[in-house]
Design a protein around this ligand. Structure first.
Ligand code: B12
Length: 197
């Protein structure tokens, strides 16, 4: 852990947002490898948890560099990880990118129930609702939220973007999301386009 934190601190010392973005990309690639080792049985849960902890500490150091100071908000996004899912590293990276693009982001955190998503849409009236999902066992939660938005006649008021390792464009089409983003940069580009149209 120490050597990774030291490396992140060195990047932070440069105060260069691009260096932070590059480091986050490299970290994301490393986590893909961790996931593969876990899937192949080469690494166990304890190692997966440890990798998660290191990532969390590293992101705390790197993400403030890219959040920068845009003066005026260009729109509001409500974001959360769906019910039953505790993964938040990717969601948090998307939030940092969206903030750096000038969005006001309301982060609902992890394990967010349908009711909490709906309540947040009612209260904050965002232009966009973002949902993150990394587990195939929880992906149906996204469909539930979209159905509830329709049932409560809120669907026309908010665009829905989804992301996370468990999802695909095909899945997004199937549940009626407006967009799927394979990564935070693409996600930010999409919401930026929506805000200017
Ligand atoms: C780190 C990790 C953990 C950590 C999470 C720590 C944390 N705070 O997030 C811990 C140890 C807690 C964990 C737990 C578990 N995990 Co896990 N985990 C991972 C791992 C290795 C990396 C995930 C990650 O952070 N990637 C890096 C980020 C940056 O990538 P990302 O999330 O995809 O996000 C990017 C894009 O997807 C996108 N994005 C993401 N969200 C959003 C949202 C929006 C709105 C937008 C626009 C974009 C966007 O932008 C991000 C940046 O570019 C993955 C492997 C993998 N290949 O994903 C497994 C993985 C997701 N885990 C897995 C499993 C099985 C589990 C456990 C069930 C293990 C267990 N037996 O207990 C538990 C589940 C706990 C729970 N209920 O959620 C499986 C899921 C398999 C499946 N098909 O469902 C994976 C794929 C590993 C594997 N290959 O088997 N895990």
């Amino acid at each position: 852990m120490d050597s990774t934190i030291d490396a992140a601190n060195s990047v932070a010392a440069t105060d260069d947002p691009q260096a932070a973005k590059d480091a986050i990309d490299a970290f994301t690639d490393a986590l893909q490898t961790v996931g593969k080792w876990f899937q192949d049985g080469e690494w166990f849960l304890a190692e997966l948890v440890y990798a998660g902890e290191i990532s969390k500490e590293t992101m705390k150091i790197l993400t403030p560099l890219i959040e920068g100071g845009t003066l005026e908000s260009i729109g509001t996004i409500v974001v959360g990880t769906v019910a039953g899912d505790l993964h938040d590293l990717g969601k948090n990276i998307f939030i940092s990118y969206a903030k750096s693009a000038g969005f006001n982001v309301i982060d609902l955190g992890i394990d967010v129930s349908t009711d909490r998503f709906i309540e947040a849409v009612r209260v904050h009236k965002p232009q966009t609702l973002g949902m993150s999902c990394l587990l195939t066992s929880t992906d149906m939660e996204i469909g539930k939220v979209i159905e509830e938005l329709k049932r409560q006649q809120l669907r026309d008021q908010v665009k829905v973007i989804i992301g996370g390792a468990a999802l695909t464009q095909q899945f997004a089409d199937g549940v009626g999301a407006d967009a799927f983003a394979p990564d935070a940069v693409t996600g930010t580009d999409i919401v930026r386009k929506w805000s200017s149209s």
